[in-house]
Design a protein around this ligand. Structure first.
Ligand code: MLT
Length: 199
């Protein structure tokens, strides 16, 4: 998997997953704004959908190829261990931050691994599975950024993600803005406040 590594000055590591059509550089400024001293691992999706990069295949907009998602999820998760070894990073200091397609990949990890990250930032996520239960460990810190008028992530679905995380006793906060699918300025500020207070 194509990735970019930037060395930090303390143990914390941000793992960044961009949205559909994005690039590995997309979320670096956001992570640096939250913690300028953290290491950065910025991943780039392997799937090429007509020149558009993604982290897993889909059958149609909003319809995931679950088999492909599961395979790539496990591969990506193993790759993080490889990167921790390669760059001498503490795996238990990894914080995952994803937008849209990247957030969906991170969320899928919570259905398969109990304690995958120190904290998770999901900007505009969708429920990856309808018929599975999350298996994350209680107390996991999760921030969700959402748009009241997001045409891709419906309010109902976003609320379901939030409730499912609450049911698993995650330490979850949701921030709503009045806009669409984009990460807004006030969403960034809310994510930063969550990071500084809780992580
Ligand atoms: C996805 O395919 O992951 C979601 O529809 C969000 C997106 O458009 O990337």
């Amino acid at each position: 998997m194509n990735y970019l590594y930037q060395k930090g000055n303390h143990d914390r590591v941000f793992v960044l997953l961009h949205g559909t059509g994005g690039h590995k550089e997309d979320l670096i400024d956001l992570a640096k704004y939250m913690d300028e001293n953290a290491h950065i691992i910025a991943l780039e999706g392997d799937v090429d959908e007509g020149g558009v990069k993604r982290f897993f295949k889909r059958k149609a907009p909003g319809v995931f190829n679950i088999q492909d998602l599961d395979q790539r999820r496990d591969k990506l998760f193993d790759f993080l261990d490889t990167l921790a070894d390669k760059h001498a990073l503490k795996r238990d200091e990894f914080v995952a931050l994803g937008y849209s397609n990247g957030a969906n990949m991170i969320l899928s990890i919570l259905y398969a691994y109990q304690n995958p990250f120190k904290a998770i930032f999901l900007h505009h996520p969708m429920l990856p599975y309808e018929d599975r239960t999350m298996c994350l460990q209680k107390g996991l810190k999760v921030f969700i950024g959402a748009g009241e008028n997001d045409p891709i992530c419906s309010k109902v679905m976003t609320k379901t993600v939030f409730k499912d995380l609450q049911a698993k006793e995650a330490d979850v906060t949701i921030f709503w803005h009045q806009q669409f699918h984009q990460i807004s300025r006030d969403e960034i500020e809310a994510a930063r406040r969550f990071y500084l207070k809780k992580v």
